[in-house]
Design a protein around this ligand. Structure first.
Ligand code: 13P
Length: 255
């Protein structure tokens, strides 16, 4: 399965950082750093309240905007929640789903990840679905089992055609925000396992074209090695996406 046919997607996940005013200024700075770099798709997944301001700054540029979560109902009495249509109307084209921080702190389960993924792709958003094992799971030797199960449950009911709008982000929980990156071989191995799971569900052709990102302490220093791996088609970047220079180096590494 050659990766040469897949266009990398470099996505920043700003997490709970940047007020709308800060976001506006930072988006303008980021655009200046990455403009003209056409070898990959670039996305910034920002706090929902920043989406209108960031979308306005980036309108007409190659940088796409995403949210960090989406509710699975179209509308209704769900105080504090945001629907897929709201994200789209505000300017988002992508949304992160099932990030480990949401699984850990906000009660996200494989079932709600699946509901959100279906709602997102049905509305026309690109879903960036996060999976990844805990350190204890890796140490117990059950990474393959855990990640395969997360992928299968997240994609239940998603059609082969809808897979065009699904990206899987492999984020080992022990590598997020810790400065501890998976080695390129470890990351590639699990991304390959994910590709095999997708092949089992949808066939080889879909598996070959699905974007599988790595996330977890990806930075300017290690991006090139990770992105050179066969099964790694991009990155979901936290901390380093908040620094325009570092993010721009990662974008260069994906060219
Ligand atoms: P860091 O790059 O800060 O480790 O975060 C990774 C992540 O969680 C991206 O979603």
């Amino acid at each position: 399965m050659s990766s040469r046919k897949r266009r990398p997607v470099i996505a920043g996940n700003w997490k709970m950082n940047m007020t709308p005013s800060e976001a506006k200024a930072f988006a303008a700075e980021l655009y200046e750093k990455v403009k003209g770099k056409r070898g990959c798709d670039i996305v910034v997944c920002v706090p929902a309240i920043d989406i209108p301001a960031v979308s306005k700054v980036l309108a007409g540029t190659a940088i796409k905007v995403g949210g960090q979560n989406v509710h699975f109902k179209k509308s209704g009495a769900y105080t504090g929640e945001i629907s897929a249509d709201m994200l789209l109307d505000a300017g988002a084209k992508y949304v992160v789903i099932g990030h480990s921080e949401r699984r850990q702190y906000f009660g996200e389960t494989d079932e709600t990840v699946n509901l959100r993924t279906k709602a997102a792709v049905e509305a026309g958003l690109h879903a960036i679905v996060c999976v990844g094992e805990l350190l204890s799971e890796r140490e117990s030797g059950i990474t393959t089992e855990v990640v395969s199960r997360q992928v299968k449950l997240a994609l239940a009911g998603i059609t082969a055609e809808q897979m065009n709008n699904v990206i899987i982000a492999y984020e080992p929980v022990w590598a997020i925000g810790t400065g501890k990156t998976a080695t390129a071989e470890q990351a590639d191995e699990v991304c390959g396992i994910i590709r095999n799971v997708i092949s089992g569900l949808y066939g080889k052709a879909v598996a070959r074209q699905t974007i599988i990102q790595y996330g977890g302490s990806m930075n300017a220093g290690n991006a090139a090695e990770l992105l050179a791996m066969e099964n790694i088609d991009g990155g979901l970047i936290g901390g380093a996406s908040l620094k325009a220079d570092a993010f721009s180096v990662i974008v260069d590494a994906a060219q």
